[in-house]
Design a binder for this molecule. Structure first.
Ligand SMILES: Cc1ncc(C[n+]2csc(CCOP(=O)(O)OP(=O)(O)O)c2C)c(N)n1
Length: 282
């Protein structure tokens, strides 16, 4: 069923709050991978607040859907979503990436509730997802596995080894997202290593592949529902996004892959986010 206007409005409000948490946390911790955290936000919000079959009170529930942030440097964004979803108190993020905090820049599955896999070294999340999806099939469990990768991360050969295996095993309980913001650490992906056509590459490996606007909740919702209904193959959803989304000074700027904010920049970023959402919600 397509998302209703009320559901879209609710998800939009949540993503507004989460983008502000990302900015505040980046300010207090001194620096984070803020650009890619802002580009991945809407997909994570749609998953955690609508589609994932999870129970934050039982993070180890065996039948829960799994989510893996393969682009683990987006940890500040993922932690902001997990806090909003009720896995832990948002106040804990005040110590994000500080000595003694359970939150490092890349989330640790042994320390952070809701984190199913420790990531950060790029290229491994899809293979972990393949293992979980094969495990579900072997155990005849109904949980689904979702993996979010960066587009720059697609340069890692292990992603394609995992993609071949997922196609071979016809893992229709596996959905992979590509955060297609067009930028990696030091510039545009296509200038550094040509990735296109990404959808055809996945199809060649036995996947279904869709391309959507990764900031449009209606499009994210219908793609996830389509992925859930595909039979006999995994599905890749290539999400066209904007690195630094909603913060004017960061949008589309490779130098905001990682950065810190002083109080002036924090205020400017928060104002930019508020302006964006007020215009969107009317
Ligand atoms: C194996 C490995 N090599 C290099 C890095 C350093 N690194 C961190 S983020 C990044 C760029 C990733 O780009 P992309 O996947 O497009 O991320 P996004 O733009 O979504 O933040 C790199 C090279 C790493 N974390 N792991």
């Amino acid at each position: 069923m397509p998302l209703t206007p009320e559901e879209i409005s609710e998800l939009t409000q949540i993503s507004w709050d989460i983008r502000k948490t990302i900015i505040e946390t980046t300010f207090t911790c001194g620096g984070s991978h803020i650009g890619g955290s802002l580009s991945q936000t809407d997909v994570l919000v749609a998953l955690y607040f609508k589609y994932l079959n999870i129970d934050p009170a039982r993070p180890d529930w065996a039948d829960r859907d799994r989510f893996i942030l393969s682009k683990g440097h987006g940890g500040v964004g993922w932690a902001s979503v997990l806090a909003a979803r009720g896995y832990f108190d948002k106040a804990l993020l005040k110590d994000f990436n500080k000595t003694g905090s359970p939150f490092g820049m890349h989330l640790d599955s042994l320390k952070v509730k809701g984190c199913d896999a420790s990531t950060g070294s790029l290229g491994h999340g899809l293979a972990i997802g393949v293992g979980l999806a094969v495990g579900a099939k072997l155990q005849k469990k109904n949980y689904r596995t979702y993996v979010m990768m960066g587009d720059g991360e697609l340069c890692e050969g292990t992603i394609w080894e995992a993609a071949i295996l997922a196609g071979h095993h016809r893992l229709d309980n596996l959905t992979a997202f590509v955060d297609r913001n067009g930028l990696m650490i030091d510039g545009p992906t296509e200038k550094i290593t040509t990735l296109e056509p990404i959808d055809e590459k996945f199809r060649a490996f036995g996947w279904e592949a869709l391309t959507i606007d990764g900031h449009d909740f209606a499009a994210i919702g219908s793609a996830v529902e389509q992925a859930q209904s595909v039979s006999g193959k995994p599905c890749a959803i290539i999400c066209k996004t904007v690195k630094g989304k909603c913060v004017g000074l960061m949008e589309g700027q490779a130098q905001w892959h990682y950065g810190g904010l002083n109080s002036d920049l924090r205020d400017e970023a928060l104002k930019s986010v508020d302006t964006y959402y007020r215009a969107l919600l009317g």
